[in-house]
Ligand binder design. Structure first.
Ligand code: CMP
Length: 138
């Protein structure tokens, strides 16, 4: 089992000046950054990345949101990374997210929810490879 997960600080986090505060939470929780960059997804990137949601009513808004400005993409390392990171970020809907979680602290709404965390080891590997070349991962 892998000890890595993939995250994106979504455009609302960058717009609100929350990169530093969110990275502080991630480091304080024991995650080591092994890849990181500021980048912007194209429409095709976002449609491919979120293909699992393509029949959902929020799909077009999700693509618009995720492409409207830069994101911070990163690969994180820690034991039990996927599960522990999803606990750190909290529920999709910030109104349901636990106190102290990143989404409780920084999300705007259920749709603009500050941060992504992979939902399985398999998706962590796929999503990391979507954003990073091998030489960018340390
Ligand atoms: P995430 O769970 O990381 O991936 C799917 C994203 O779709 C979700 O975060 C939100 O950014 C967005 N989204 C918008 N509306 C909804 C909704 N009603 N339910 C779930 N996700 C939503």
């Amino acid at each position: 089992t892998t000890n890595r997960t993939f995250t994106m600080l979504k455009p609302d986090s960058i717009e609100k000046g929350n990169i530093g505060a969110i990275l502080e939470k991630i480091n304080a929780a024991g995650f080591k950054i092994v890849a990181m960059k500021l980048t912007q997804m194209t429409e095709n990137d976002a449609k491919a990345f979120y293909a699992v949601h393509k029949e959902r009513p929020f799909f077009n808004d999700l693509v618009t949101y995720m492409t409207r400005g830069p994101i911070v993409a990163a690969i994180l390392e820690k034991s039990n990374a996927v599960e522990d990171f999803r606990a750190l970020i909290g529920a999709t809907n910030p109104e349901e997210a636990a106190e102290g979680t990143i989404r409780k602290l920084f999300a705007t709404s259920i749709s603009e929810n500050a941060i992504h965390g992979s939902d399985s080891d398999e998706n962590a590997a796929i999503e990391g490879a979507f954003h990073f070349a091998g030489r960018e991962v340390f």
